[in-house]
Design a protein around this ligand. Structure first.
Ligand code: HEM
Length: 456
């Protein structure tokens, strides 16, 4: 398999790295106690702040567009070492790379190192998003999210997710000769999230949210220039519409909670409405909306990119497809049921290994020939890798709460796809663009047909 596919989810990870690992180290560099030397005399890492205002952002974007984000970092690591300074749009920052740095970032306490997202992301998620809050507030909101996307909560929603994935897959694919793989993954991901986590059932309501969410997602990864012709301007307008729609939904759910037709555990919105802080105060509507938008932004791009990359890979690699198909046919033979449960997901061991490979692992000290597609890297305890070396979902107290949800969601998509359809790429060498997620440039047009029927 080519390197592009293998590192397909590399960019979101790297961009997340900017958000998380590239933390402004002011607390470290400029401690509160009176410094023994003025801060401008303190050692700061080598590197370049680049051009005035833009800093090194344009070079970084060019590297991402050319699929060379990793090379951009590697080059600087070669020049300056694993910790280097840079600047994007006036924000001075420190890039830290490698296992030791990952450990430092993920294990440092909140009062020493705080995680914040880049400006456009904050404008899209909102300032009261889980990304931006710390301490007790972060724990409170995170706990509510975890209740739905991990453990028992996730276990409970698998059958519903399974039937929805199948329903939306069939609706989008049945009767068509070709589809755009990326758009298909986007529709399934957003519709399932809206139905499962927010219990939205009205298709029109979801469709209206879908178009605006695509704009909001673009806005999160664009230059924050607020002029009528910019993507950012349209994204801000879309965010306002999403905000208004969520306010209507929240009011409806608040009334349903009051009249007893909805329980606090029925969906994430009901849970958030029922949350109380240590002083017994409810969470303001604005904060709930910020967090609902955050869930979509945090889950959508990376999951879609991973899922589309998987579909692309299976179209190119018949050997892996056959092994995956074998695993899933066996599950159907055993369960005799089209709707899968948590225990069925546990049987998808090979599928999960392929998912791991599709996520980033570019450090050749732990992964020889990192660009090679090799699911056996993740087989057996003897082949395990050092801690903090491979962190596609982050780590520490901000480790992605949705990693199991992402895994289940992809496993279900793969299951219903391989057991019902076969597909081939209409543009075999379609380039991969990486702004910010590594997606095929033309949205992955695929020819798709029922399994067992000859390809015309
Ligand atoms: C392939 C899919 C995914 C990848 C690669 C991914 C990756 C990440 C990473 C790297 C972080 C940052 C961790 C940090 O700050 O240290 C993160 C945070 C987060 N992710 Fe994911 N994620 C994925 C899917 C999801 C899904 C499906 C959801 C929700 C259903 C989700 C919700 C979140 C939330 C809410 C946070 C913020 C956590 C916090 O600040 O406490 N993610 N994710």
């Amino acid at each position: 398999m080519d390197g592009a596919t293998n590192s397909n989810t590399q960019t979101p990870f790297l961009v997340a790295t900017i958000a998380v690992i590239v933390v402004v180290l002011f607390k470290w560099l400029y401690p509160k106690r009176k410094p023994s030397r003025p801060h401008w005399e303190k050692p700061i890492p080598p590197g370049s702040f680049g051009l005035p205002i833009f800093g090194e952002l344009l070079g970084w974007i060019r590297a991402l567009e050319g699929g060379a984000g990793y090379k951009w970092i590697e080059e600087r690591v070669g020049w300056y070492g694993p910790v280097f300074k840079t600047s994007f749009m006036g924000t001075k920052m420190v890039f830290v790379t490698g296992q030791v740095s990952n450990k430092f970032v993920f294990t440092s306490p909140d009062d020493m190192l705080q995680s914040h997202q880049p400006v456009p992301i904050v404008h899209m998620t909102g300032e009261q998003s889980i990304f931006e809050v710390h301490g007790g507030r972060h724990k409170l909101v995170r706990g509510a999210i975890l209740g739905f996307v991990r453990g028992e909560g996730l276990n409970r929603i698998v059958p519903l997710m399974s039937s929805l994935v199948k329903k939306y897959l069939m609706k989008e694919v049945e009767g068509k000769e070709s589809v755009l793989g990326v758009i298909l993954m986007k529709k399934i991901a957003l519709k399932v999230t809206c139905a499962v986590l927010f219990s939205l059932k009205n298709e029109e309501e979801i469709e209206a949210l879908f178009d605006d969410f695509l704009l909001v997602l673009k806005g999160a990864w664009t230059l924050p220039i607020y002029l009528p012709f910019t993507t950012y301007y349209r994204a801000i307008a879309a965010r306002r519409r999403v905000y208004d729609r969520f306010c209507v939904i929240i009011d409806r759910k608040r009334r349903q909670l009051e009249d007893g037709s909805l329980s606090p555990h029925d969906d994430l919105i009901a849970t958030m409405l029922s949350l109380r802080d240590e002083e017994g105060r409810a969470i303001p509507t604005r904060e709930i909306v910020d967090n609902l938008i955050t869930i979509v932004i945090a889950s959508h791009g990376s999951s879609v990119s991973l899922n589309a990359s998987f579909v692309r890979h299976l179209a190119m690699d018949k050997v892996t497809l056959e092994r995956i198909c074998e695993e899933h046919t066996k599950i159907i033979d055993e369960t005799k049921d089209e709707t899968l449960t948590w225990s069925d997901i546990q049987k998808m061991k090979y599928t999960w290994k392929v998912q791991w490979v599709t996520l980033t692992h570019m450090d050749e000290t732990a992964f020889p020939e990192p660009e090679k597609f090799d699911p056996s890297r993740f087989e057996g305890a003897s082949k395990s890798f050092p801690p903090y070396m491979y962190v596609p979902f982050g780590g520490g107290q901000r480790v992605c709460p949705g990693n199991d949800y992402a895994r289940v969601s992809l496993s279900l998509i793969v299951h219903h796809l391989v057991t019902n359809f076969r597909w081939s790429m209409l543009i075999p060498n379609e380039p991969i663009v990486r702004i910010p997620f590594a997606d095929p440039a033309m949205n992955l047009p695929i020819k798709i047909y029922r399994r067992g029927k000859e390809e015309a």
